[in-house]
Design a protein around this ligand. Sequence first.
Ligand code: AMP
Length: 114
Amino acid sequence: MTEKTLFEKIIDREIPADIVYEDDLCIAIEDINPQAPIHILLIPKKPIPKLSDCDNNDKELLSHLFLKVSEVAELCKIPESFRLNINNGASAGQEVFHLHIHIMGGRKFNWPPG
Ligand code: AMP
C-alpha cells in the first residue's frame, strides 16, 4: 500500500487543519503558510498526484472542483476577486503531490506571477 499523502492524512483527520468546506468529493482548508490574507487549498479526496495526471475519468471531479471554487470563495468572504493557482510539477513549485487548487484573496495580485 502506498503512503498516504499529507492531504489524505488531513482528510482522514490524522493531521489537524482548519477546514472551511467539505463534501463527498473534496475538502477546502486554510493554507498553513498563507501567501495572502485569505489562502485556501481546495483538494479532491481522490489522491491524484497532479493536474496532468487527470484523464477523462476525472471530468466530473474536475468540474465539481472548479464549480466549487466560487462557493468556497464566497464562504471565505472573497466572492468578487481571487487568484487561483495550480502548481503542476516540482519545477512549477509543487511541493505536495496531491492535486490542489490554491484560492487566494484579500490583497492585490500582480501579473505576471513570479
Ligand atoms: P504546492 O506548493 O502547490 O504543492 O502547495 C502546497 C501547499 O500546502 C503550500 O502552500 C503549503 O503551505 C501548504 N501546506 C503544507 N502543509 C500544510 C498543512 N499541514 N496544512 C495546510 N496547508 C499545508
